[in-house]
Structure formats: structure tokens, C-alpha cells
Design a protein around this ligand. Structure first.
Ligand code: NDP
Length: 253
């Protein structure tokens, strides 16, 4: 079957919820051994048990992607537990609060950048080191957003972090291609997850009625629909795809 990941070891950050959880389930179903990373231990422990109950392999490691030692330990866990690292999905992200630039709380800016952009850079650092050491190459998918390309009121920190991931992805791809490591950015539109519901609660549901009306498919996406795009980018079917973006937004204009 296409998108076969048998024998691969894959880290998914933000595996406790939403897009990351759906991605972990799908990559496991495609044969990968999963390393589930997030801060909420009980949620990744439960998902790990669920995956193992279905006959696939998984382990979990409590991780804060904004902290270098934590990311270092996450990658070390993958190597110690499973012997290698082939795939990484850098999905952990925050940003539900609404702040205009005029009143931007510095600590909010730092938290969003620390998780979404610095966290992504730290993951790339330690994951690429492990992949280079193995000499086997690898595939890294960073989770950006349609907001990697756009602006809107009240979300400057989140949008800037997502735009930063665009540059980070193409730069990392250019550096890591000689080592056989592909790096791509998936850019979802509005996806039905706890993050989306938190943003909707802060902005008001009417904002999203307008977004839905501007979306060709007239609906929001499900996490499983993004997981399938990520599985493609992780797989050998995407062997000539690197340094680029895949937008999955139902046609949002
Ligand atoms: P959720 O809130 O459902 O999930 C976010 C995940 O990130 C959780 O698993 C959370 O786990 C994890 N996370 C947050 N901070 C950290 C941290 N410091 N260290 C480790 N893990 C962390 O959101 P989504 O599934 O919607 O979002 C996933 C990604 O998709 C994000 O990068 C988001 O920006 C992006 N995205 C989402 C869209 C949407 O409409 N939903 C649209 C476009 C992009 P825990 O709290 O346990 O640490």
C-alpha cells in the first residue's frame, strides 16, 4: 500500500491533542513506531496504550519543546527505546489569545515564539543530529498554518511565529538535503481541534462564520485530513518533495 512506514521510528510533538494525536494514530497504522511527545503525561500515556493495543508500537516522553534539554531528552528517548529516528512531525503549538500589537503582552509574545518557532528550531537541531548520525536520512514535517502567509487582527504573535516556520523550513531543507533529510511545512486552514475552539471562544464565533463562507468547501477540516497530508510528506512517495509547503485549507481565499 502507499505511504507504508513499516520499520520507521517517528516522533510526533503535540501528540496529546488535535492534529498531533490524529497524526500519531495514522503513522502508527501505517507501520511506524511512534514516540509521543507533549507536556500532559496522562494524555500521551493513554494514546500510547491505545496504539499498542492495536498491535503497533509506541512510547511516550513528557516534553516541553521550548526547552533545549527537554528536546534533547526527547530525541535521546527515541534512540534509546527504538534505536533510530527516521521521521519527525513538529506539530506542538499554542496561540489562542487575542492581542493587538499596540497592547502585546511581552510574556505572551515570548511564550508563543518560544513554543512555535524556537521550539521548532530546537526540534530541528536535535532531530537532524540524530538523523545525520544514523546516516540513513529522514523526513521532517513542520506544522505551520495558512497564517504562515497571511495577517489578521489580534494574532500577530501567532502569525509571526507561523511565518517564521516557513523560513526555518526552507533554510533547514537547504542545509539538510545533502544528508538525505527532507524538511517540509504543512499549512492547515481552520481545523476542528481544541485550539480552534479556544480561538473561537476568544474571537467570537461570527468571525469563523465569515471564514467558512470564504472557504471553497464551506467547511472546516478534521485533524485526520491533515494527518493524511503529513503521512504523505513523511513517506517515500514524497521522495522529491523538500523545502516546500503543502497547504490544506479547503480552498481559503
Ligand atoms: P491543540 O491545542 O489541539 O494541540 C496542540 C498540541 O501542542 C497539544 O498536544 C499540546 O500538548 C502541544 N503543546 C503545546 N505547547 C507545547 C510545548 N511547550 N511542548 C510540547 N507540546 C506542546 O491544537 P491543534 O491540534 O489545532 O494544533 C496543532 C498544530 O497545528 C499547531 O502548531 C497549530 O498552530 C497548527 N495549526 C492548527 C490549526 C487549527 O485550526 N486547529 C490551523 C493551522 C495550524 P500539551 O498541552 O500536552 O503539551
Amino acid at each position: 500500500p502507499p505511504y507504508d512506514l513499516t520499520g520507521r521510528v517517528a516522533i510526533v510533538t503535540g501528540a496529546s491533542s488535535g492534529i498531533g494525536k490524529a497524526t500519531a494514530r495514522l503513522l502508527a497504522a501505517r507501520g511506524a513506531t511512534l514516540v509521543l511527545a507533549a507536556r500532559r503525561e496522562s494524555l500521551i500515556a493513554t494514546l500510547s496504550e491505545e496504539i499498542e493495543a492495536q498491535g503497533e508500537r509506541a512510547s511516550y516522553v513528557v516534553t516541553d519543546v521550548s526547552q533545549a534539554d527537554s528536546v534533547d531528552a526527547m530525541v535521546a528517548h527515541a534512540i534509546e527505546m527504538h534505536g533510530r529516528l527516521d521521521i519527525a512531525v513538529n506539530n506542538a503549538g499554542i496561540g489562542a489569545e487575542v492581542h493587538f500589537v499596540t497592547d502585546m503582552p511581552e510574556d505572551y509574545w515570548d511564550r508563543v515564539m518560544g513554543t512555535n518557532l524556537r521550539g521548532n528550531a530546537l526540534c530541528l537541531k536535535y532531530q537532524s543530529r540524530a538523523m545525520i548520525a544514523s546516516g540513513q536520512g529522514g523526513a521532517i514535517v513542520n506544522v505551520g498554518s495558512v497564517m504562515s502567509f497571511l495577517g489578521c487582527p489580534g494574532a500577530a504573535a501567532y502569525n509571526a511565529s507561523k511565518a517564521g516556520q516557513l523560513s526555518l523550513t526552507s533554510s533547514a531543507s537547504s542545509e539538510l538535503a545533502p544528508q538525505g533529510i527532507r524538511v517540509n511545512l504543512i499549512c492547515p486552514g481552520v481545523i476542528d481541534t481544541p485550539l480552534h475552539h479556544a480561538i473561537k471562544g476568544n474571537l467570537g464565533p461570527e468571525v469563523f462564520d465569515g471564514v467558512k463562507a470564504q472557504t471553497h468547501l464551506r467547511r472546516f477540516g478534521q485533524p485526520e485530513e491533515i494527518a493524511r497530508c503529513i503521512a504523505f510528506l513523511c513517506s517515500d512517495e514524497a521522495s522529491f518533495v523538500t523545502g516546500t509547503t503543502l497547504t490544506a485549507d479547503g480552498g481559503f481565499h
